[in-house]
Design a protein around this ligand. Structure first.
Ligand SMILES: [Zn+2]
Length: 477
């Protein structure tokens, strides 16, 4: 999850204010009916299910001093089952220079974070089309109940952490987690700065005083998971990937290198363990960035995780978070959620991965950690439903703990062998796609000797906390 310099989760934060004008809201009503299917119930203003994007090519120029961003996006998209007379991208309050569809100038309106485009000629049902958008301005985070999301200007650089709806703070996108696309990202910035984005660095070209960094992320990527860090970093290779291994780089302020070297020393072992338990790492490489500022929590992005200076202490004080963010590469990033109601499929799995890492690296066992989580939850309100927690509770600590406990309950019911087969199969079947809670229920039932309906009814669809599950007699991992 993404919380930058915001307070801890605000349980009474309520819904994000609707800052749209009443006219805009009225105009929305007509399309609301059309869009009812596939629109995110938690964030109905974000994303447009009437089309999907398969590639974004973003060309950005960023000046850290004045915090000035100028960008061009070429978006390759495909219309859905109906002709598109208009469609929507999400983009924050920038100056728009030009919008073209299939190389033709087009009408648009830009209000309340929505860029509504009306092509000169409707796009035929199922047809491919290209949108080009030019924009510029001073990027800033999108306001949300969880603090600012998206583009964050740092004292010396910038950072992007968008979960769940911060992506439009820096580029125009069809902002829904299930609309996954490949990305080519080119960033030009003063040469003193490094640019880190998830994916493979294709080229780095220095000109007079600026350098252009071009990254390719070929795996299908949700808009909120496009990460970016611009700062003064030293780059190190973690471990020796060996032939066929996953290259893992760290990008760290030079003065934090000693602490980082100790705190992330076991990440290559984590990578090995998670590949054994979950299947092959889903992307070409993995990078971690440590910013020179504090972050409330680390943030996952595609092929990349971002940590704050407060997450390195030279004593492995945040190692469980190193495991948590790495696990998101499988659960959340490669296997994504169809909409935000299913967020426990990201966070519960990443929480359980923390426990598995502990168990396999000489720490407390998953069962001991599950018992501790169970004690913690016993004293808290029991009105949270994992399957559809509501927008206010989607980052509630209880969702993480109960999500981890639910995985533990499934493991206890299936036994280790079937449980890990089930996990690897889940990751393999849905690689690059998106999933829902009902899909997990039917998937698990294929690996269970007995119906798992009661387990899901109690843990995922029910409110009251079920009793702590007990491991069966089968062999532990
Ligand atoms: Zn997480």
């Amino acid at each position: 999850m993404a919380l930058l310099n915001a307070g801890r989760l605000d349980p009474v934060g309520g819904a994000a204010p609707d800052r749209r004008s009443s006219t805009a809201q009225g105009a929305d009503a007509a399309v609301a009916v059309q869009q009812a299917v596939g629109q995110d119930p938690y964030f109905p203003a974000n994303g447009d299910p009437r089309y999907r994007v398969h590639r974004y090519e973003l060309t950005l120029d960023y000046r850290p001093g004045p915090n000035r961003l100028a960008g061009t996006a070429r978006i390759n998209a495909i219309a859905g089952r109906a002709p598109l007379t208009e469609f929507q991208l999400n983009l924050a309050d920038f100056k728009i220079g030009r919008v073209r569809v299939d190389e033709r100038q087009t009408h648009y309106t830009h209000r309340g974070g929505r860029l509504r485009v009306r092509p000169a000629k409707p796009v035929r049902a199922g047809a491919a089309f290209t949108v080009e958008v030019h924009w510029s301005g001073n990027p800033k985070p999108v306001a949300s109940p969880w603090g600012g999301l998206g583009w964050e200007e740092l004292t010396d650089g910038a950072l992007v952490a968008s979960q769940p709806v911060g992506a439009p703070s820096w580029y125009p996108c069809n902002d829904r987690p299930a609309d996954k696309a490949s990305y080519l990202i080119s960033v030009t910035t003063p040469s003193a700065y490094s640019v880190v984005a998830g994916g493979r660095l294709l080229t780095r070209t220095a000109k007079a005083s600026t350098t252009t960094w071009v990254y390719e992320q070929s795996a299908p990527t949700s808009s909120y998971l496009v990460g970016l860090a611009i700062g003064k970093y030293q780059t190190v290779l973690l471990g020796d990937p060996g032939p066929g291994g996953v290259p893992q780089h760290g990008h760290i302020p030079a003065h934090l290198l000693p602490e980082f070297s100790r705190d992330f020393a076991r990440q290559p072992a984590m990578m090995e363990l998670f590949q054994e338990l979950f299947g092959p790492y889903p992307f070409e490489e993995y990078a971690v960035v440590v910013t020179d500022e504090e972050l409330d929590v680390p943030v996952e992005a595609q092929g990349l995780s971002l940590f704050g200076a407060n997450h390195v202490d030279g004593a492995r004080g945040s190692e469980r978070l190193v495991a948590h963010e790495l696990a998101h590469q499988w659960f959340g990033n490669s296997v994504s959620i169809a909409d935000w109601r299913h967020i426990w499929l990201n966070e519960g799995f990443a929480k359980y991965a923390e426990w598995l890492w502990s168990e396999r690296s000489g720490g407390r066992s998953a069962h001991q950690l599950a018992a501790a989580a169970h004690r913690l939850l016993s004293d808290q309100p029991q009105d949270l439903r994992l399957a559809d927690p509501g927008r206010k509770a989607m980052f509630d600590d209880r969702l993480y703990e109960r999500g981890g406990l639910t995985l533990h309950a499934i493991r206890c019911a299936l036994g280790d062998e079937a449980f890990f087969l089930m996990l690897r199969s889940w990751v393999r079947l849905h690689r690059g796609g998106s999933v829902t809670t009902p899909a997990l229920v039917s998937h698990v039932s294929r690996f269970a000797d007995e119906p798992a309906d009661a387990l899901f009814e109690a843990w995922v669809y029910g409110g009251p906390l079920p009793p702590l599950p007990l491991p069966g007699t089968r062999t532990a991992v």
